[in-house]
Design a protein around this ligand. Structure first.
Ligand code: NDP
Ligand code: 8X3
Length: 248
C-alpha cells in the first residue's frame, strides 16, 4: 500500500533530503516550505510522487488553504514530519532581538502545534505517526541559545505529551533531536554569513541532511508495535563540556 508523508521545511536541509528519500522509495510526498521555486524543482526532479505545497507555516489560513487544496492522491497523510524551523541569532538574551524571538516561537512552536492539531484527525484515522524535529538545544542549554533552545524544549515535551494523549490510538510520536548538522541552518541563523557557517562545520564531520533523512526513514518504517520516544543524534566529533563558573 502506498503511504503518504507530509514534510515541512522541504526546501532545504533535513526536509529536502527526507523528501528525496521517501519519494525515491515510492511514498507520496507533500513537500512544504515558503520557497515555491525550490519545491517545484524538487517535484520536477522526483516526479509525480511529490506535491509542492508552498506556504508560510506561520500563516494558519494559508496552511489550511494549502491542505484543503491537496490533490486526492496526497490527502491520506500517514506521517507528519514537523521539520520546518529555525534559529535566529546567538546574542545573549539581554541583547537579543525580540522580533527574532517571536519569529522562532511562531515558527518552531505555534506553527508546529497548529499543523499537528489540524492533521491529528487524519493521523488517528490512519494510525499514522508524528515525527517532530527537535534538537539537542532543547536538552542542553548554551550561551545564546535562549529562545531557540526553549522552542526545542517545547517540541520535545509536546512530543511526549502527544504520546500520552494518543494512547490507544496506534499513532506513533517521536522527538528527533540532532546535534551539529550542516545544512542552511547556520546561514539562516547568522543572516547569511557563509564564512561563519563554513567555520562552524570545518573539520567536524557534522551530521549531514542525508543522515537525518535516513533516521526519519528508519523511524517511519519500524514495525507498528514499536515507538521511538526520543532519538538524540550527534556527530562523533561532538560531546559534552562542563558548566561555566563566574568568579567575582
Ligand atoms: P535549513 O535552514 O536547511 O531548513 C529549514 C527549513 O525550514 C527550510 O526548508 C525552510 O523553508 C523551512 N522554514 C523556515 N521557516 C519557515 C516558515 N516560516 N514557513 C515554512 N517553512 C519554513 O535547516 P535544517 O534542515 O537544519 O533545519 C530543519 C530543522 O532541524 C529545524 O527545525 C531545525 O531547528 C532543526 N535542527 C537543525 C540542526 C542543525 O544543526 N542543522 C540540529 C538540530 C535540529 P523556507 O525557507 O523555504 O520557508
Ligand atoms: C541545532 C543544534 O546546537 O546549534 O538545533 O543548537 S545547535
Amino acid at each position: 500500500m502506498t503511504r503518504t508523508i507530509l514534510i515541512t521545511g522541504a526546501t532545504a536541509g533535513f526536509g529536502r533530503a527526507a523528501a528525496e528519500r521517501f519519494a525515491t522509495a515510492g511514498w507520496q510526498v507533500v513537500a512544504c516550505g515558503r520557497r515555491a521555486e525550490r519545491l517545484q524543482a524538487l517535484a520536477a526532479a522526483l516526479g509525480e510522487r511529490v506535491h509542492a505545497c508552498a506556504f508560510d507555516i506561520r500563516d494558519a489560513d494559508a496552511m489550511q488553504a494549502a491542505l484543503d487544496a491537496l490533490p486526492g492522491a496526497f490527502r491520506d497523510i500517514d506521517v507528519l514530519v514537523n521539520n520546518a524551523g529555525l534559529a535566529l541569532g546567538t546574542a545573549p538574551a539581554q541583547q537579543a532581538s525580540l522580533a527574532q524571538w517571536r519569529q522562532m516561537i511562531d515558527t518552531n512552536v505555534t506553527a508546529l502545534a497548529t499543523l499537528t492539531h489540524v492533521l491529528l484527525p487524519t493521523l488517528i484515522a490512519r494510525r499514522g505517526a508524528v515525527l517532530n524535529v527537535s534538537s539537542i538545544a532543547g536538552s542542553y542549554p548554551y550561551p545564546g541559545g535562549n529562545v531557540y533552545g526553549g522552542t526545542k524544549a517545547f517540541v520535545t515535551q509536546f512530543s511526549l505529551g502527544l504520546r500520552a494523549d494518543l494512547h490507544g490510538t496506534g499513532v506513533r510520536v517521536t522527538s528527533i533531536e540532532p546535534g551539529l548538522a550542516e545544512t542552511e541552518f547556520t546561514l539562516v541563523r547568522t543572516g547569511g554569513d557563509q564564512a561563519a557557517s563554513d567555520a562552524l562545520y570545518r573539520g567536524a564531520a557534522p551530521i549531514t541532511a542525508d543522515d537525518i533523512a535516513e533516521t526519519l526513514w528508519w523511524v517511519a518504517n519500524l514495525p507498528p508495535h514499536l515507538n521511538i520516544n526520543r532519538l538524540e543524534v550527534m556527530p562523533v566529533s561532538q560531546s559534552f563540556a562542563g558548566f561555566q563558573v563566574h568568579r567575582a
